[in-house]
Design a protein around this ligand. Structure first.
Ligand code: ADP
Ligand code: MG
Length: 460
């Protein structure tokens, strides 16, 4: 018997039977590493890409120690969205089908409280749900966790992204300290470590590295209804709030239209397409890479050769016409050790393209409902810097040090308020912390650079 056989684990025969009936022959790598830890009732902090079999890992762990005779809720699984909670419930139910009298309940928002309250009368052994609704039941007193033994945070990174931190902490107040806490996450930002420190006890850490580039990119697809493309895009921007994003369109006319549309809605956005003059293209790239603009809308052709080190998100406003181009597009985020974000919009009629991307990348794609997006009406994505245009460059013997010197000479501005400086033959650009840009403009228009006066203006 190999160590990746489920039968090598100390688990009850009922579970082995249901595992076999699901057709799971061998443990996946995350299961092989996590299950021995789970069965010893130790805390676990696990990172593995989507589709690696995390659900069965924690489901088997929590079912193994469950006492069906008890009336208490012994396991709670928190998930970021209703879809995910439904998927997790389904998997737990399938694995538990050989265990008589077990009660598993799903509790999510967007469903009437009354039905949920009635179900809670029947004392579920396992509860799966989204943090908001679970907290509501805890506060109402309809859910009690006095006997809770296992707490699972599934897709913890996404729950934090969605702003569930506080709800989770409030739920935790009602759960005994002596418990097993399992934290699963596809990515590993600092916030995850911080939450782990707060809620876990000497967790065993497991990380399963994914192959090649995909490992640092979180990729999600959203299907939208005809006529709601730009509305859905705005919802994505409001929900994820990426500091910088590159949005792909398939046609160049569309780039400018979309940029104008987003500008109207208060976003700092620029378009990059084939109809721009070289100096316009330079100017757009300068503003985007020096953080004076949060969004760049481009076609594949226009984005060719674009090298931006820290791109928080790539958004496919239009899907690529082929899967390889798609992978190429999204490979621009998640560089330099950062976790990238790749979001794609598609129409129902483009499902086949999405499937094609899944096949090409060799793993299932994550599709989510736009209902899970938290839109914030008053939210504005404001870039940290603003750019000043200076009508003098290399040929005028202007160097970066001269511009920096001119700006900081009076001590009203400091070096840290000044960002990137780009010098071209006849013009230069300097990025200044946005709140100080008026002051910087005044200093440069009233003063001199290298003893000479230059025309200076603020770019929009
Ligand atoms: P994750 O939560 O890591 O993203 P899931 O738990 O949703 O992944 O599992 C992905 C798929 O793999 C599911 O369809 C699940 O049924 C299947 N699966 C899980 N464990 C095994 C296994 N040991 N053998 C075969 N398929 C498995
Ligand atoms: Mg999962």
């Amino acid at each position: 018997m190999t160590t990746s056989a489920f039968a090598s684990l100390p688990i009850k025969t009922e579970l082995l039977t249901s595992i076999a009936s699901l057709g799971y022959e061998q443990m996946t790598p995350i299961q092989a590493q996590a299950l021995p830890v789970l069965l010893k009732r130790q805390d676990l902090l696990a990172q593995a890409k989507t589709g690696s079999g995390k659900t069965a890992a924690f489901a088997i762990g929590l079912l193994e120690k469950l006492d069906v005779q008890s009336y208490q809720t012994q396991a709670l699984v928190l998930c970021p969205t209703r879809e995910l909670a439904d998927q997790v419930s389904k998997e737990i139910r399938q694995l538990a089908k050989t265990i008589a009298n077990i009660k598993i309940l799903t509790l999510c928002g967007g469903q009437p409280m009354s039905g949920q309250l009635a179900s809670l009368e029947r004392h579920p052994h396992v509860v799966v749900g989204t943090p908001g609704r679970i907290l509501k039941h805890v506060q109402k007193g309809s859910l009690q966790f006095g006997g809770l033994e296992t707490l699972v945070l599934d897709e913890a990174d996404r729950m934090l992204d969605m702003g569930f931190h506080e709800d989770i902490m409030l739920i935790l107040d009602s759960i005994p300290r002596k418990r097993q806490t399992l934290l699963f996450s596809a990515t590993y930002p600092d916030e995850i470590r911080a939450v782990s420190d707060l809620i876990q006890h000497e967790p065993i850490e497991i990380r399963i590295e994914a192959t090649h580039d995909n490992k640092k990119i979180k990729q999600v697809f959203y299907q939208f209804n005809k006529g709601e493309r730009s509305k859905t895009l705005v919802a994505l921007l409001q929900h994820y709030r990426p500091e910088s994003s590159l949005i792909f369109c398939n046609r160049k006319q569309q780039c400018q239209e979309l940029a104008d549309d987003l500008w109207q809605q208060g976003f700092h956005v620029l378009a990059l397409h084939g109809d721009l003059e070289q100096f316009e293209r330079d100017q757009v790239l300068v503003q985007f890479s020096n953080q004076s603009s949060s969004i760049l809308v481009a076609t594949d052709v226009a984005a060719r050769g674009l090298d931006i080190k820290e791109l928080a998100a790539v958004i496919n406003y239009d899907l690529s016409t082929d899967a390889e181009a798609h992978i190429h597009r999204i490979g621009r985020t998640g560089r330099a050790g950062n976790v990238g974000l790749a979001l794609s919009l598609f129409l129902q009629s483009e499902q086949w393209r999405v499937d094609g991307i899944g096949k090409f990348q060799g793993k299932a794609v994550t599709i989510e409902s736009t209902n899970s997006l938290k839109t914030r009406e008053n939210f504005k994505l404001i870039p940290p810097m603003a750019t000043l245009f200076i009508n003098g460059g290399r040929k005028d013997k202007v160097r970066a040090g001269d511009i920096l010197g001119a700006l900081t000479a009076s001590q009203k501005l400091q070096g840290k308020d000044i960002g990137r400086i780009d010098i071209f033959d006849k013009i230069s650009y300097v990025a200044v912390a946005r709140p100080l840009v008026k002051q910087a403009l005044k200093i440069l228009t009233e003063g001199k650079i290298k003893g000479r006066k230059f025309r200076v203006r603020k770019l929009r």
